[in-house]
Design a binder for this molecule. Structure first.
Ligand SMILES: [Zn+2]
Length: 881
């Protein structure tokens, strides 16, 4: 039988115009429990037969009913049996299977047949590079078999899988391998048992020709865990970092959160066709190859960091996600916000707090702030959705992590640990809610979170405005908070905002002691001791709260903070404030035909002290040298009294970079020369590689020919990907012969390595080259480009959508390209297609001419026939606002 494994189309859902809205308040427990599930898979790439046997018991908490509803998606039942007898009086209700069932306990058996090869949506069971693998979160399991596919139905799984041995020599599933053997006609089989009850979204199966890098880990209580990183044979030598990162994560979670691993086996499989970064399936993580494979020749320092972070993230889910899961998908932040915080703290401990904190805040500002200010704004615990895939957002993940981090900032690490211990104790083995988590932290960490719960309910990034007044030896700090209106939430209440503050003195150069204040009213006055005359307030140190601080400090004060503050984040923040203030003013001045805004010379001076400060660590220097992104500047400009003008922002930012490049030519050159001399393995090597490319990028703004020669030299002599990619990135923005030559050399060297070819696409799509649009169009015609691989699609089009000068081209061509890719991708992979919509969705914050072009593209998408539920929801919300 051929199952329609085309992605969901409007035909599959009740009303073609409006998929149903699912609301948090409508939650009801499922009518049945499924204590045991047995699955039998007869595997084949074109046809896999699945027999599911569910042991069912009435759930006393569920509603009484004389039938059972099992979710499906594009499935047909080949056979249905109840208590061993085939039945025929089952019915389909839309995609779901409904079976008449009364009484207290039954065994239901269902046979289905699926076609993994035609599953291009990459949800459920699908084929990738000749192997079979699964992705079930959030609702992929219902594409494998009929099941109560909801996170609050927990079951233990026994799985038998069989298939041709030459094609699938390795057969993996969740839990422990209990038995395996040979079958007839060259087949073999394996049986797996996972003793831990889990929801269906954590189910995983992998079958293919794989090899493992293995090493055992001994847990704190002495359990030996066999850890395997499974990849294709040719990738084996690039798995060492992932395996080491896994061991470090296991040890860290024991030490910092008291969490130990609970199976004898931990498998990680790398898959090249994957919608997300990785998936925490119990005992069998499935990873995008991008977050597993690395060696210095093919991966940058940033790639190494990302692998460590994602390996940690999925491992930490074993407790925050698997042992305690979510009651329903509205609680997604319960597992994701908390686990993102855990992986951030882990990476901070592995490689230094200051730089990691800055990186995390940069991501929050680039990805989450625009979301919070746009038509897709939603609280970290949403109230409703049409397609849950659309809520795997920076808000649920990154802002979710910030919200829990605030709890930790208010209690300190030790009390917070007491809170998380209580949470794990209370809810182990359960499907819990965000409210359960908050209550456990309240009780365990002894913290009143009554008003703090608003952070779970209210969308929008709060703004805190600051004014100050000196009174004798006291500084009166007046703080006012506003939470902006967001779709469906016109009025907001004040939230508790924890802020670490210190009052420095500029003239005496003395630094004040730090203290934590909590702003929990609309306006509040705090009295702080002065450290001396000319007080300068350092506020939101360490970025304790995910808010926008609005204040008007003199440039001299900001330069002082940038050079002297003892909190590294505050130094970074002062540089950012200086740059944002100047660039937004400069963009406005250009639009008004006014003279150039002030502040450029202060910025150049501050940058000079950053470039030349011998006491500064190079990794930190690299952060301080980065100007705010154009996307962040749009938000800053749009929060003033005019709309964001991408053209004017780009002009202002390029002018500032040119001014820095010219004024600091000598210093930047010296920095590059010094960094070139540091060996790869030197402890300072990472920092040196970071500033090398930063310096080159500035030099390219003032002396293109010189920068081209330097970049070509760096490229030719590089012994690692960080230097090679950095040099090529600089060359990509230049119109010079070195550009084409090195791009060809890079491609020729790495053309068999998909992940590096992805970089080759990205570097060109991200470049500031004047012909970038034409180049991106050509890349789409390149033989290596394919729309069916999500990594490749993102490498070209996500990069392009994130390149402001290309995406916001005045002609509207950039918008058209992204709309075209959404329409082309939607029938193949709706989840990935829908992720491109938010770029166009920001039209209301952009100046009218471009806004009209963006809106027209959204309307063109919304008029297309048979849009997926994923894309439909994002486009309609973007147009409604
Ligand atoms: Zn996660």
């Amino acid at each position: 039988m051929d199952i329609a494994h085309d992605p969901i189309t409007a035909d599959d859902i009740p009303s073609p115009a409006q998929p149903p809205l699912i609301k948090r308040e409508d939650y009801t427990p499922y009518a049945w429990r499924v204590p045991e599930t047995a699955l039998d898979f007869a595997l084949g790439l074109d046809q896999t037969q699945v027999t599911a046997t569910l042991k069912l018991e009435r759930n006393p908490a569920g509603e009484a009913s004389d039938e059972i509803r099992l979710n499906g998606d594009g499935l047909t039942a080949d056979r249905v049996a109840v208590d061993g007898a085939n039945i025929t009086d089952w019915r389909m209700d839309g995609p779901d299977l409904v079976i008449p069932l009364s009484g207290k306990a039954h065994t239901v058996e269902i046979a289905t047949t699926i076609n993994p090869r035609t599953n291009t949506a990459l949800m459920g069971l699908y084929a990738s590079n000749g192997m079979l693998c699964t992705q079930c979160e959030a609702e992929g399991f219902r594409r494998i078999t009929f099941f109560p596919d909801r996170p609050d139905v927990l079951s233990t799984y026994r799985v038998r899988m069989s298939g041709p041995k030459d094609q699938f020599p390795i057969l993996l599933c969740n839990g422990n391998n209990t038995e395996s053997g040979e079958g007839e006609d060259g087949t073999h089989w394996a049986e797996w048992h996972d003793p831990w009850p889990k929801p269906s979204y954590l189910f995983a199966l992998v079958a293919g020709d794989l090899v493992a890098n293995s090493a055992s880990f001994t847990t704190a209580s002495g359990r030996e865990v066999e850890c395997n990183i499974w990849v294709r044979a040719e990738d084996l030598q690039r798995t060492g970092h992932a395996l080491e990162s896994l061991h470090r994560s296991m040890k860290w979670d024991e030490e910092v959160f008291g969490r130990e691993y609970d199976l004898d086996l931990y498998n990680v499989v790398a898959v090249s066709d994957f919608n997300m970064g990785a998936m925490e399936n119990k005992g069998l993580n499935v990873f995008n190859t991008k977050y597993v494979l690395a060696d210095p020749d093919t991966a940058t320092d940033a790639d190494f960091d990302a692998i460590e972070g994602v390996i940690g993230h999925e491992y930490f889910h074993n407790w925050s996600g698997n042992r305690i899961t979510c009651r329903d998908w509205f609680q997604l932040s319960l597992k994701e916000g908390f686990t993102v915080l855990r992986d951030q703290l882990f990476s901070q401990d592995m490689r230094g707090e200051a730089v990691k904190r800055i990186e995390d805040v940069r991501i929050l500002r680039a990805a989450q702030f625009p979301e919070d200010a746009g038509p897709l704004a939603h609280p970290i615990r949403p109230d409703s959705y049409r397609e849950i895939s659309n809520f795997y957002t920076a808000t649920v993940y990154n802002k979710g992590a910030e919200v829990i981090r605030m709890m930790r900032s208010m209690t300190g690490a030790e009390r917070f640990r007491a809170g998380t211990d209580l949470y794990f104790d209370r809810h182990d083995g359960e499907a819990a809610t965000c409210e359960d988590f908050v209550q456990a932290i309240e009780a365990g960490a002894d913290l009143d979170l009554e008003q703090f719960r608003l952070w779970y309910q209210q969308a929008g990034t709060p703004k805190v405005s600051v004014s100050q007044q000196v009174d004798g030896d006291i500084l009166r700090l007046t703080l006012t908070q506003t939470v902006p209106a967001t779709p469906g939430q016109p009025d907001k209440q004040p939230m508790p905002i924890p802020l670490r503050v210190a009052v420095h003195s500029r003239t005496t150069d003395s630094l004040g002691a730090e203290q934590l204040i909590v702003l929990d009213q609309a306006t509040q006055v705090f009295e702080l001791p002065l450290a001396g005359p000319d007080p300068v307030v350092s506020i939101n140190r360490g970025y304790t709260a995910p808010v926008i601080v609005e204040r008007s400090l003199d440039n001299a004060d900001l330069v002082f903070l940038a050079a002297h503050d003892d909190d590294p984040f505050a130094r970074y923040e002062a540089m950012q404030e200086l740059a944002v203030g100047h660039l937004v003013a400069a963009a406005s001045a250009e639009l008004d035909g006014a003279a150039l805004a002030e502040g450029q010379s202060a910025l150049v001076d501050a940058m000079r002290s950053v470039v030349t400060d011998v006491a500064l660590d190079d990794s930190m220097r690299g952060e301080l040298m980065l100007l705010p992104s154009e996307t962040y500047l749009f938000e800053a400009m749009a929060s003033g009294d005019r709309k964001a003008d991408p053209g004017a922002i780009n002009t202002a930012r390029e002018a500032l970079r040119t001014a820095i490049g010219q004024a600091l030519a000598t210093e930047l050159n010296a920095l590059h020369v010094r960094a070139q001399k540091v060996d790869f393995d030197d402890p300072d090597g990472r920092g040196a590689r970071k500033i090398k490319t930063q310096a080159l990028a500035y030099i390219a703004m003032s002396d293109r020919a010189k920068a081209a020669a330097m970049a070509a030299h760096q490229f030719d002599h590089a012994d690692n990907m960080t230097d090679r990619q950095g040099a090529l990135m600089v060359l990509c923005g230049l119109d010079c012969p070195e550009r084409g030559e090195r791009l060809t050399a890079f491609y020729d060297r790495y053309k068999t390595n998909d992940l590096v070819v992805d970089k080759w696409f990205t570097l060109q799509a991200l470049s500031s080259h004047p012909d970038v649009i034409a180049q991106a169009k050509q890349l789409a015609e390149h033989p290596d480009f394919t729309i069916s691989n999500p990594n490749r699609v993102r490498s070209l089009y996500m990069a392009f959508a994130g390149n402001p000068s290309a995406f916001h081209a005045e002609s509207g061509e950039g918008y058209r390209m992204i709309a075209d890719v959404i329409l082309a991708l939607d029938p193949i992979n709706p989840q990935t297609a829908a992720r491109f919509v938010s770029a166009l969705g920001r039209w209301r914050r952009i100046e009218p001419k471009r806004a009209a072009l963006m809106k027209a593209e959204l309307e063109r998408i919304s008029n297309a026939k048979n849009l997926s539920r994923d894309t439909f929801e994002q486009v309609s919300r973007s147009l409604e606002g």
